[in-house]
Design a protein. Structure first.
Length: 105
């Protein structure tokens, strides 16, 4: 059963952390300045959903599992690294394709 006092304490701490300025806010600011309002709103939604996922994982106890299980933590860590590598390779290929299209004209 969920203790109401602890729930509200957790909820208050999560809210304070969510509204505090940090790297997410700088990211949204940079994307907004570079790409305009649409990219800023999409970046805001992305950071919101990422934060919400983290808070829900913490609330359900998934964070405790990752903190105590070395195998689970390593699995998540390597999956994240593979995803970042995939994004990097995709950006490199996209940049080369854009460069080749610019030189054809």
């Amino acid at each position: 059963m969920i203790d109401a006092h602890r729930f509200w304490l957790f909820f208050g701490a999560a809210t304070l952390l969510a509204i505090a300025p940090g790297p997410g806010m700088l990211y949204v600011l940079a994307r907004t300045l570079a790409g305009g309002r649409r990219e800023g709103v999409l970046s805001s939604l992305g950071t919101f959903l990422g934060g919400l996922t983290h808070v829900l994982a913490a609330a359900t106890g998934l964070s405790i599992v990752l903190a105590t299980s070395a195998i689970a933590f390593a699995l998540v860590k390597y999956a994240g690294a593979a995803y970042l590598i995939y994004l990097g390779v995709r950006m490199i290929i996209s940049a080369r394709t854009d460069k080749d299209q610019d030189t054809e004209f």
